[in-house]
Write a protein that binds this ligand. Structure first.
Ligand code: UDP
Length: 455
C-alpha cells in the first residue's frame, strides 16, 4: 500500500461562502481534518471575515474580495455571492500559486494541497483546477434541498416556473414529500442569476469528492440515489459539529453567555428556545405576534433577537409592554447565543426555528423537537421534512398570529401529539449518537474521507 501523505505534508485550503450558516460547517470540517493531522489554511473574503483568534490552530489568509460597496449595501445574498464568484477568482488563483511555489522547496515536493470549497463558491474549483490541485466540494445543505433545487431546474426547463397558485399545494413530480410551495423559490419565479447559481451548484462541478453535512440515518434513500448518480464519492459526515471540539466557535457576532446562567435556573425541558439564524428578518407586526404568542403560551422562553432581525428597528423596540414586563423572569432575550450549548442544555424543551440546516441538525442531534417557521429558500424544504417526513416537529404555515404560536408551543410541551414528537426526537438523538461513534455511519464516512485524502 502506498504510504499515507497525511500529517504535516498535507495542507487543506478551505474557502467558505461568507455567511454564518456556511462558515460554521466549513470551519468545523477544518477542525475535524486538523485533528487527523492536516494543516489548515482558511482563505476568506474581507466581507464577513471569520475571527482568526477563535481558531489559533489554523492559518488565515484574507483575500481582497473586490465586492462593490453598492452590492454590499444591497444586502442581497444572491448579488453578493454572484459577484464574489467573479471578483475572487483571480486573487484566489494568485494565492494558490503562492502556496504551490512555497511547496516546491527541496524535500517538500510530495506535499499535497487540497482545496475544499463551498458549493456556492464555484470559482474556487476553477482556480484550483487551473493549477492541477485536487478539490472537494462541501455541501452545507440537506440532500432533500439538493434534490429540490434539481427539481427547480427541471421544472424551469419545462416552462413550469413560475407556478400557478392553484398548484401550490400539489406534490412536486417525483418528490412526493414536497409541495410546490415548499420549493426553495418564490411563487413569482426566479431570476436568471439565481438559476445560474443553482446550475453551477447542482450540476457543473467536477471535484474529486463531495462532503455532505447530512446524516445517513436521516436521508439514507436520497443519499443512495445521489451516490448512484454521482461520478465521484460522496462522504456524508454530518452532523459535522459532532466532529469538532465542543468549545470551537465560528460566530461572526459575540455570543452572550448570560442566557446559559438564566437557563441554569430553569427546570428541565421547560424552556422554548426561539432563534431564526443569521439572515432571516421579520416585520414588527410578526415580531409582536410572536412575542405575544410566546408569552401567552405560559411557558418560559429564551429568544435570540439579532440586531437587524426586526425590519426598521435597531433591536427590540417593538416588544409589547406586557411582554417587556416578564423579561428577566420567564423570558430572556439576547442578541446572539451560544446555540449549540443552548440546544444541549437540559432546560430546553422545544426550538422555535427558521429551519436553517445547521440549526436543524444541531436541534436534531440534541433530541430537541422543533416548531418550524421557515422564511425563504431551503428553510421551507427543511421545515417540510422536519414536520411531515421525519416527524420531529410542527410547522407554522399560515400568516403568523399569537394564537397559533401559543397553541404550537402547548402542543409540543403538553399534548399527546407533542409526546409522540418528543419521543421521536429522543429516538433520533440516539441514532445520531450511534452514527458519530466509532463504527457508526458518519464516523466511518469521516474515516473514509481522511483515507481518500491521504494517498
Ligand atoms: N447561531 C448561533 N447563535 C445564535 C443563532 C444562531 O450560534 O444566536 C448559529 C447556529 O448555531 C447555526 C448558525 O448560527 O450554526 C446559523 O446557521 P443556520 O444554517 O441555522 O441558519 P442561517 O443563519 O444560515 O439562516
Amino acid at each position: 500500500m502506498e504510504k499515507a501523505r497525511i500529517g504535516k505534508h498535507s495542507t487543506v485550503v478551505l474557502f467558505p461562502c461568507p455567511y454564518q450558516g456556511h462558515i460554521t460547517p466549513m470551519l468545523q470540517l477544518g477542525s475535524a481534518l486538523h485533528s487527523k493531522g492536516f494543516s489548515i489554511t482558511v482563505v476568506h473574503t474581507q466581507f464577513n471575515s471569520p475571527n482568526p483568534s477563535s481558531h489559533p490552530e489554523f492559518n488565515f489568509q484574507s483575500l481582497p474580495d473586490g465586492l462593490s460597496q453598492e452590492v454590499i449595501s444591497s444586502g442581497s445574498l444572491l448579488d453578493i455571492i454572484s459577484e464574489l464568484n467573479v471578483t475572487c477568482k483571480a486573487p484566489f488563483q494568485e494565492c494558490l500559486e503562492q502556496m504551490v511555489k512555497a511547496r516546491n522547496v527541496p524535500n517538500d515536493d510530495d506535499k499535497v494541497i487540497w482545496v475544499i470549497y463551498d458549493e456556492l463558491m464555484h470559482f474556487a474549483e476553477a482556480a484550483a483546477n487551473h493549477l492541477g490541485l485536487p478539490t472537494i466540494l462541501l455541501r452545507t445543505i440537506s440532500a432533500a434541498t439538493f434534490v429540490s433545487r434539481s427539481a427547480i431546474l427541471q421544472l424551469e426547463a419545462q416552462g413550469l416556473i413560475p407556478f400557478q397558485e392553484s398548484i401550490s399545494e400539489e406534490a412536486v413530480p417525483n418528490l412526493p414529500s414536497l409541495r410546490f410551495k415548499d420549493l426553495p423559490i418564490s411563487m413569482h419565479g426566479v431570476s436568471e442569476k439565481f438559476l445560474n447559481l443553482m446550475k453551477e451548484a447542482c450540476h457543473s462541478r467536477k471535484p474529486s469528492a463531495v462532503v455532505w453535512n447530512t446524516i445517513e440515518c436521516l436521508e439514507q434513500s436520497l443519499l443512495a440515489q445521489l451516490q448512484k448518480q454521482s461520478k465521484v464519492p460522496i462522504f456524508p459526515i454530518g452532523p459535522i459539529h459532532k466532529f469538532a471540539p465542543a468549545a470551537s466557535c465560528s460566530s461572526l457576532l459575540p455570543e452572550d453567555t448570560c442566557c446559559i446562567s438564566w437557563l441554569n435556573k430553569q427546570p428541565d425541558k421547560s424552556v422554548v428556545y426561539a432563534s431564526f439564524g443569521s439572515v432571516a428578518s421579520i416585520d414588527a407586526k410578526e415580531f409582536t405576534e410572536m412575542a405575544w404568542g410566546l408569552a401567552n403560551s405560559r411557558h418560559r422562553f429564551l429568544w435570540v433577537v439579532r440586531p437587524g432581525f426586526i425590519l426598521g428597528s435597531e433591536w427590540t423596540e417593538p416588544l409589547p409592554k406586557g411582554v417587556k414586563e416578564i423579561v428577566g423572569e420567564r423570558c430572556c432575550i439576547v442578541k446572539w447565543a451560544p446555540q449549540r450549548e443552548v440546544l444541549g442544555h437540559a432546560a430546553v424543551g422545544v426550538f422555535l426555528t427558521h429551519c436553517g440546516w445547521n440549526s436543524a441538525l444541531e436541534s436534531i442531534s440534541e433530541g430537541v423537537p422543533m416548531i418550524c417557521r421557515p422564511y425563504f429558500g431551503d428553510q421551507k424544504v427543511t421545515a417540510r421534512y422536519i414536520a411531515h417526513v421525519w416527524g420531529l416537529g410542527l410547522q407554522l404555515e399560515n400568516k403568523l398570529d399569537r394564537e397559533e404560536v401559543a397553541r404550537a408551543v402547548r402542543r409540543i410541551m403538553e399534548d399527546e401529539q407533542g409526546e409522540q414528537i418528543r419521543a421521536r426526537a429522543e429516538d433520533m438523538k440516539g441514532k445520531i449518537e450511534l452514527c458519530v461513534k466509532k463504527g457508526g455511519l458518519s464516523y466511518n464516512s469521516m474515516d473514509n474521507l481522511v483515507q481518500f485524502m491521504s494517498f
